[in-house]
Design a protein around this ligand. Structure first.
Ligand code: GLN
Length: 490
């Protein structure tokens, strides 16, 4: 492969070439940086690019590789990180004006883990402000465009990460997923995105949106890469009290093209009203393929509490957000509006000018749901329904190894199309929200196209069943070619 096309490689392909010393990390990083320079003007996936830091690191890694006996799968491989994950010395904005100049003094645990593998961080990706949104249009800086059709959204909130991976502006990326923010943009950009089990990956250094739902996950070009990134980032962390002390398996172990005898259920509630016909048809064909590959498919599954998931999410997530975002008071860090006569006014004006409209909407919804007199009617009730949703999944997973659904009921929509209608925007995540509510893992993989616009399939499983999800995803990927298609850019 010519040196100027190396950005097209997957992690496992690049790793092989690095190990054989056929390419260097510097060449690989330069190819990625060149690609970014060429197409960022169209895609706008990145908030910050740290060319000097990346090239310096790549050079260091190249010196290391010269004498090393073994290198880890991520050694020397460039990556982009969603701008909600703290990177020491690199600006971390959450695509918000309030954190526009915030430079963290420490690395998130996932970043420490990537650095321990000698990964090369190239920059930070655009997102909906504080991860609130499904289109990346709520970024305070600029919207990201979908590489498959630049007039459409890449999904969100990790739209920058997903668009960058799809457009080969990086070899892989990290995102975060509170209600679908890794999987929905992965689906809309035709890449792989995994939301791990709650507690599987440390949240330390992930700027909090809704702490009981947030989880960091990989966005990659194929399933093998997803497993490799999981190997690097999963595991217990004493700095995150909700991380779980289970041993981390080798997630590549079950990447075998065989799913014979696995029981897969298709919950009918996910084939929702308003779902596009071509999405339905693609999903039916994908499920047929799983059957051909030996899975036992049951179309008669029902999860009746699914219909409450959207309401539950939009009580719980804003409630937690309203508490988490109270820290932005313009005193300790971040943007501060000092043109005020007293401290109350400073806080008020800081938030007035620092937060965008969607963030303010969430804070108001959450504050309302938590206020005296309404707490029982909204927050407490939503918590109870959350338990019912979780129990329903537990029961389903007594019978099935996995459940399969569309990731998004629709293909990427036009920029601006849903911006004025929050309810329509919220409905984008109808198939992904229940998974966060239940704390279970789910992966989205490419499953076809409707008029050249990507369609994703979601595979979910019981807590800590990531290996099974990856196995099903891998078998499907090996039997299809969707993941090999590239967007018609340049
Ligand atoms: N789109 C959902 C929201 O706006 C989910 C976002 C996310 O997963 N971070 O809250």
């Amino acid at each position: 492969m010519p040196a100027n096309e190396l950005h097209q490689l997957t992690i496992h392909e690049a790793h092989k070439l690095l190990k054989q010393r056929k390419i260097s990390s510097t060449e690989l990083t330069k190819s990625v940086l060149k690609r970014v320079a060429e197409i960022e003007g169209k895609v706008h996936a990145c908030v910050t690019i740290v060319e000097d830091i990346a090239l310096k690191e790549a050079k260091k890694v190249d010196n290391y590789i010269k004498t090393a006996h073994e290198i880890t799968p991520l050694t020397g491989i460039p990556t982009l990180i969603k701008d909600v994950i703290c990177t020491k010395g690199i600006r971390t904005t959450c695509s918000s004006k309030i954190l526009e100049n915030f430079v963290p003094l420490y690395d998130a645990t996932v970043i420490e883990k990537l650095k321990a593998q000698k990964a090369v961080i190239v920059g930070k990706t655009n997102m909906d402000e504080f991860a609130m949104g499904s289109s990346t249009e709520h970024s305070a800086f600029f919207p990201t465009h979908n590489p498959w059709d630049l007039s459409r959204v890449p999904g969100g909130s990790s739209g920058g990460s997903a668009a960058a991976v799809a457009a080969d502006e990086t070899i892989y990326a990290l995102g975060s997923d509170t209600g679908g923010s890794v999987r929905q943009p992965a689906a809309l950009c035709s890449v792989v995105g995994l939301k791990p089990t709650y507690g599987r990956v440390s949240r330390f250094g992930l700027v909090a949106f809704a702490s009981s739902l947030d989880q960091i996950g990989p966005i990659t070009k194929d399933v093998t890469d997803c497993a490799l990134v999981m190997n690097a980032i999963a595991g217990y962390d004493s700095s995150d009290s909700t991380s779980v002390p289970y041993p981390v398996p080798d997630y590549t172990r079950q990447l075998i093209p065989d799913i014979k005898g696995l029981r897969i259920g298709i919950p009918r509630e996910y084939f929702v009203e308003g779902m596009q016909n071509q999405v339905r048809a693609a999903l039916e064909a994908a499920i047929d393929k799983l059957r051909e590959l030996g899975a036992e498919i049951d179309w008669e599954v029902s999860l009746p509490h699914t219909k409450y998931a959207l309401a539950v999410y939009y009580v719980l997530a804003p409630s937690e957000a309203s508490a988490n975002l109270a820290r932005y008071d313009g005193v300790k860090y971040g943007f501060s509006e000092r043109d005020a006569s007293n401290v109350i006014e400073t806080t008020e004006r800081t938030r007035q000018f620092g937060f965008g409209l969607e963030v303010k909407r969430r804070i108001m919804l959450g504050t309302y749901a938590l206020s005296a007199g309404y707490y029982n009617a909204y927050y407490l009730k939503a918590q109870k329904v959350r338990t019912l949703i979780k129990q329903e999944f537990d029961q389903a997973f007594e019978k099935y190894d996995a459940l399969v659904t569309p990731t998004s009921p629709i293909v990427p929509f036009k920029l601006g199309e849903k911006l004025e209608d929050p309810m329509q925007m919220y409905l984008s995540d109808i198939c992904t929200l229940p998974i966060n509510i239940a704390g279970i893992p789910a992966i989205s993989i490419p499953a076809g196209f409707a008029d050249n616009l990507p369609i994703g399939m979601q595979i979910m499983g019981k807590p800590f069943s990531e290996e099974i999800l990856l196995r099903i995803a891998f078998a499907y990927e090996q039997a299809t070619n969707w993941h090999k298609r590239k967007p018609p850019l340049l």
